[in-house]
Design a binder for this molecule. Structure first.
Ligand SMILES: Nc1ncnc2c1ncn2[C@@H]1O[C@H](COP(=O)(O)OP(=O)(O)OP(=O)(O)O)[C@@H](O)[C@H]1O
Length: 292
């Protein structure tokens, strides 16, 4: 199957009066891809997503979704599911009524019972929205993205407020949607989720991309790290290390395996225990910290 772009953004600008929230931003999302739009606070993620979702008009530049202008709601909306940070369901409606409403609004076909089952709210079908817990409300928000298995799904901070079981269940549902070919656009402040699930990441800062690429592309410019603790008096270390505020040692290296082997041999030779030893490639958190 040829790779086609589901989303194409070319030199997007979004301004609020004199303030430029998004500057000349260009990116595309391929069919079947999970693309994470991440960034610092106020970077312009919401402004960008609202434009792609068709809720906001670009100040300049072009945005195409399925080759169409996303402001053309009739052409685009039935094909996309949007899980907002708060979908704003009417508190007096029951969960089942809310799910049926999603069906009517999206004009997608599905069985509400199936959707309730997928988001694990079958037991709460007759409960009013106002009586749901925070995590249950979030799962109801997720139903808006799942209903009718749309081709494109936007997940805005999908797992905020969810316990670990609900998070795992949400990601397993997302995996199933993806097996069916669904394209996913994610925003999250849980960087480990982006690191685990995203095919590509656009990392925004002050209205533009600080970096864009796969997780490996984003992290490989920074060294891997090794951390460990040692007793008070030790022989001279075999590689450059610095002391952290908590007294542990930190080694930064572009040759993780080699440095580990040097360190382990040294510890063995001196009968030393490397306490709380941790080693691994740079995490996305470190890429974020490097922005500052
Ligand atoms: N309606 C508005 N009027 C004026 N300024 C706005 C408006 N909406 C957003 N902004 C500003 O535009 C910038 C980008 O905001 P946006 O909400 O797109 O960022 P974000 O990346 O989603 O941030 P966060 O992670 O904090 O939610 C911010 O500086 C914000 O204050």
């Amino acid at each position: 199957m040829p790779t086609t772009n589901v989303i194409e953004v070319e030199r997007l600008n979004v301004a609020y009066g004199d303030f430029h929230a998004v500057r000349d931003l260009s990116f595309h999302v391929r069919r079947g891809e999970l693309y994470a739009l991440l960034g610092t606070n106020g970077a312009g993620k919401t402004s960008t997503l609202e434009t792609v979702e068709g809720h906001r008009t670009a100040t300049s530049g072009t945005v195409r979704v399925f080759g169409e202008n996303p402001r053309d709601r009739a052409a685009v909306r039935p094909r996309m599911g949007i899980m907002l940070q708060d979908s704003g369901f009417t508190p007096d409606l029951t969960v089942a009524e809310s799910v049926r409403l999603i069906g009517a609004l999206t004009r997608r076909t599905d069985r509400p019972e199936r959707v309730l089952d997928v988001v694990d709210l079958t037991r709460k079908a007759d409960t009013k929205v106002s009586q749901l817990s925070g995590g249950e409300k979030r799962r109801l928000d997720f139903a808006t993205a799942v209903y009718g298995g749309p081709e494109l799904v936007f997940l805005d901070e999908p797992t905020t407020g969810l316990d670990i079981q609900s998070r795992d269940a949400l990601w397993s549902t997302v995996d199933k949607l993806r097996e069916g070919g669904t394209t996913v656009v994610l925003t999250t402040h849980y960087l480990e989720e982006a690191q685990q699930y995203a095919d590509r990441i656009g990392l925004m800062h002050r209205g533009t991309f600080h970096r864009e690429g796969t997780v490996a592309e984003l992290t490989r410019t920074l060294p891997s790290v090794i951390r460990f603790g040692l007793p008070a008096s030790t022989p001279v270390l075999p590689l450059d290390a610095r002391r952290e505020a908590d007294g542990r040692y930190l080694v930064e290296t572009f040759e993780l395996q080699k440095s580990m082997s040097v360190l382990l041999r040294w510890a063995e030779d001196h009968s030393l225990e490397l306490r709380e030893l941790e080693a691994g490639p740079t995490r996305l958190d470190d890429v974020f910290r490097a922005i500052a």
